[in-house]
Design a binder for this molecule. Structure first.
Ligand code: 0L1
Ligand code: MG
Length: 256
């Protein structure tokens, strides 16, 4: 199997918005380790073009998504500077079939690594928590894939936006934060922080442990998208998305 060639193919689809067949159609025995190597290779192409690694995302963090994929562990993906929306507009150019999901993002102030990390270690390393919306977009036809396919495709990472206001990690029970997502003025999803592995801090703990297995630690200043608080919702041209986070305000963008 040519990891670099597969990474180039996925990278081309991530840039152009062209769909592709699942990697496992050609390589049915693709392993999790090989899939993460492909993911790393794809993101390295973006970095070689001038992009920058700015953080990490966790996916498959809800029980419902894990059951639907037949897995027991979440997955991680890499976030880069070019994925972050700096204004409240999602441009559809280069996207295939985007879906949006509300998340809570942790921003770290200290390096976090190791296999024995605890929630207390995460709190001590966290600068602030931010409301966030992730835009996921699979490069595979029909948004259909196996676990290793989606890992190779950078866990469906596409775009994300975070709120301007950061919140102290200590004054909010993040598992109890209620979230409601509106599309074009109508509530389409509701949920609470507990949907993310019981508590979003556990998602960061899991991420650190998974990265440690690959010899990686999270660097200060990194943003971590902890996982979807509700199911993802498809968006198309002209849609207006608004997410209300209890006590934390709202985050919105329009699609064009
Ligand atoms: O962010 C996510 O939870 C997505 C992980 C990959 C699975 C999917 O694309 O639904
Ligand atoms: Mg997500």
């Amino acid at each position: 199997m040519d990891i670099q060639r597969i990474a180039e193919e996925i990278d081309a689809c991530q840039r152009s918005g062209k769909e592709m067949d699942k990697v496992t159609i050609s390589y049915p025995s693709l392993s999790v380790e090989e899939a993460y190597a492909i993911q790393k290779g794809c993101v390295q192409h973006a970095i070689d073009r001038g992009d920058q690694l700015t953080g990490w995302k966790m996916g498959l963090t809800s029980r419902a998504k894990q059951v639907s994929m037949g897995v027991k562990e979440p997955i991680y993906g890499r976030l880069t500077q070019s994925m972050e929306l700096t204004e409240p507009v999602l441009h559809l150019e280069g996207l295939i079939h985007p879906r949006v999901e509300p998340e809570l993002a942790f921003v770290l102030k200290k390096e976090l690594g190791g296999g024995e990390v605890t929630p207390r270690d995460v709190w001590a390393a966290t600068e602030c928590v931010l409301p966030a919306i992730e835009v996921i977009d699979s490069r595979y036809k029909n948004f259909s894939f196996t676990l290793v396919d989606v890992i190779a495709d950078n866990a469906s990472s596409s775009k994300f936006i975070v709120g301007d206001q950061g919140f102290s990690p200590y004054t909010t029970a993040w598992d109890e934060v209620g979230v409601s997502m509106m599309k074009n003025g109508e509530v389409v999803q509701t949920g609470a922080g507990a949907a993310v592995l019981g508590h979003p801090v556990r998602s960061v703990v899991e991420l650190v442990k998974m990265l440690n297995r690959d010899g990686i630690s999270i660097q200060p200043g990194s943003v971590v998208l902890t996982g979807a608080v509700t199911d993802a919702v498809s968006v198309s041209e002209g849609d207006r998305i608004a997410v209300q986070f209890d006590q934390l305000g709202s985050l919105r963008f329009r699609v064009q």
